[in-house]
Design a binder for this molecule. Structure first.
Ligand code: B1M
Length: 210
């Protein structure tokens, strides 16, 4: 079994104790950190999602897989986010209210930060008012990034984006993303930009402020 396959299996089966060592070994072998992330970890979460959908596993297994991936990402982070500077302004990011998924949001935050933004991460299940209060408290905000992973929280994303856009505060762009979201939905809710993944979000973020 290749190291990437071992990592994928560790994430899929929630082997919290193994993931740090395996990830360190993969890096020491010179495997590209992005390959470890995408082929090892993100791929494994897709498998986990499929198993959950088919009722082969349940929420606790999904949770432990998520915790395992998070631990692995911590090891990858210094390699993925190398050379961060904060010259492009502040970015406020969060997962919209009602939604507790944060792995994708954390990856997006990491990539946007490494593209040169100062990151303010509001976490998950973020009420609309929190976004607006944080924008008001941070006049240098150039970007607000919203994530959602559930079809049932797409209305919360719409409400959040519309409230931010309608708040009368200006000087920043709103970008959105997450598994159930597409460009058409982003346009419908008045977002300034949409990206399918974390790497694309960093490119989009830079474009938004140039
Ligand atoms: Co949840 N969950 N979950 N879950 N979970 C999904 C999303 C699901 C698709 C699984 C499935 O059924 N196949 C399904 C949603 C179905 C739907 O909406 N139609 C689902 C469900 C149903 C649920 C619960 C309702 C289950 C229940 O309780 N019965 C519940 C809801 C809780 C809540 O939020 N209120 C729930 C709970 C959980 C856990 C807490 C157990 C855990 C999350 C832990 C955590 O995040 N800390 C969890 C997990 C792990 C998943 C899956 C398996 C993996 C998600 C993940 O981390 N993927 C997921 C299945 C799947 O995605 N295939 C699933 C890896 C991550 C890197 O990808 O988050 O998509 P992703 O992020 C990508 C892109 O989407 C994009 O870039 C990222 C990286 O490239 N992106 C952006 C994300 N945000 C962006 C923002 C941007 C741009 C791009 O710009 C701002």
């Amino acid at each position: 079994m290749s190291k990437i396959e071992e990592i994928a299996q560790a994430v899929e089966t929630g082997k919290l104790k193994l993931i740090v060592g395996l990830t360190e070994e993969a890096l020491a072998e010179g495997i590209d950190p992005l390959k470890i992330l995408n082929e090892g970890m993100v791929g494994a979460m897709e498998v986990v999602g499929g198993k959950f959908q088919r009722s082969e596993i349940f929420v606790p297994e999904m949770l432990v897989a998520a915790k395992t991936m998070k631990k692995g990402v911590e090891i990858l982070k210094p390699c993925l986010a190398a050379g961060a500077s904060t010259s492009l302004g502040k970015c406020i990011i969060g997962t919209v209210y009602g939604d507790l998924h944060d792995i994708g949001k954390n990856l997006v935050a990491m990539m946007i930060e490494s593209a040169g933004f100062e990151m303010i991460d509001l976490g998950v299940d973020v009420p609309v008012a929190n976004f607006i209060d944080t924008i008001k408290a941070n006049p240098g905000t150039k970007l607000v990034a919203l994530s959602c992973l559930l079809t049932t929280t797409m209305p919360a994303m719409k409400e959040t984006a519309e409230a931010i856009k309608g708040s009368g505060i200006s000087g920043f762009k709103v970008i959105v993303g997450g598994a159930p979201i597409n460009k058409e939905f982003a346009d419908q809710i008045g977002a300034d930009g949409y990206s399918e993944d974390a790497a694309g979000a960093a490119i989009l973020a830079k474009k938004m402020v140039s």
